[in-house]
Design a protein around this ligand. Structure first.
Ligand SMILES: Cc1cc2nc3c(=O)[nH]c(=O)nc-3n(C[C@H](O)[C@H](O)[C@H](O)COP(=O)(O)OP(=O)(O)OC[C@H]3O[C@@H](n4cnc5c(N)ncnc54)[C@H](O)[C@@H]3O)c2cc1C
Length: 285
């Protein structure tokens, strides 16, 4: 078991991990290896660093963590839950920790399909564990094509009558778990209904009746992860107090996922604040 699991290896996650490790805490980083930094051609507004590519800055952060012998697990987190401790579930494993820091950056836009915004809360959901129960014995779809979509489909399979994965024109990831589900790769034109969602229409003019749709594109975003464990979110951001604690005890969030200034400076600062608060709490316990 770890003292702290940090999800994310961008500026926020690495900063938090460095403080934790230097305070002798047993910390592990889990990351799928991406970062907003990797989309950045040049950073020239970070104190003390001459113009540098985002990728280079990211790699320096990883090297810093490795130099301190902080374990970095390359994996995709699909869920965080709490039993006696936090359980962080990934595609390949499960980890236990007393504290968790979400430093997973800000998430991408939902797919631009007509009807998604309109039917949010009326059949369109972003969380199987939160809303799956409302679709007991109904026919639902998961929109996505990766491990996260499969994770959501697996939860829904236990509750609903049927689960179809709609990839919206993407190629479905190839693995054994995916073969448990009907997968439709046809591009989606629109979700339709009256008060609630009723059907999906595809670009080839075919339709499919559906009672509920769960959006699970790409990897689980910070908001997806926070929502599943019951932390309060506001818009696209995780709500925290001044110590970067979320509304769930022991769960912290820092960096782009908390909103505000989406810059390296702020991510590094918030990572440090989260780590220092956890260090204080562990030392007091
Ligand atoms: C085009 C562009 C230009 C920019 N230019 C600047 C600039 O000039 N100056 C500046 O200061 N900032 C700039 N930024 C912003 C800066 O890159 C971000 O503010 C910063 O990277 C945020 O750090 P973070 O650690 O919060 O998130 P990120 O750097 O995005 O890191 C998120 C981490 O979480 C991991 N992760 C996410 N989901 C999962 C999951 N489910 N499982 C496992 N791991 C996961 C990712 O792999 C990644 O390691 C720019 C951003 C962009 C997109």
């Amino acid at each position: 078991m770890y003292d702290v699991i940090v999800i994310g290896s961008g500026p926020a996650g690495i900063s938090a991990s460095i403080y934790l490790k230097r305070a002798q805490k047993n910390v592990c980083i889990i990351t799928d290896g991406n970062s907003a930094l990797k989309k950045t051609n040049k950073i020239e507004n970070y104190y003390g660093v001459e113009p540098i590519s985002g990728e280079e800055l990211y790699n320096i952060g990883i090297k810093q963590a490795k130099n301190l012998e902080i374990p970095i697990e390359k994996d995709e987190v699909t869920n965080i839950s709490f039993e006696k401790n936090f359980i962080v579930r990934t595609v390949n494993s499960e980890y236990e920790a007393r504290y968790v820091i979400i430093a997973t950056g800000t998430n991408r836009a939902a797919p631009k399909v007509k009807g998604i915004k309109e039917f949010e809360g009326k059949g369109i959901s972003y969380c199987a564990i939160c809303d799956g129960f409302f679709y007991k014995d109904k026919n639902v779809a998961v929109v996505g094509s990766g491990n996260y979509a499969i994770h959501e489909a697996e939860i829904l399979k236990l509750i609903t009558n049927s689960v179809t994965i709609l990839t919206n024109g993407q190629k479905m990831i190839e693995n054994r778990a995916a073969s448990d589900f009907e997968v439709d790769e046809t591009p989606i034109r629109e979700f339709r209904g009256d008060n609630v969602i009723k059907e999906v229409e595809f670009e080839n003019n075919s339709t499919r009746e559906i009672d509920g749709v769960f959006i699970a594109i790409g990897t689980a975003s910070s908001v997806d992860l926070a929502r599943k464990i019951g932390a309060v979110i506001k818009g696209n951001n995780i709500v925290t107090n001044e110590n970067m604690q979320t509304t769930v005890r022991g769960l912290y969030a820092c960096g782009d996922c908390t909103g505000g200034l989406l810059q390296v400076n702020k991510a590094v600062y918030e990572g440090a604040i989260a780590a220092l608060d956890i260090i204080k709490n562990i030392n007091l316990s």
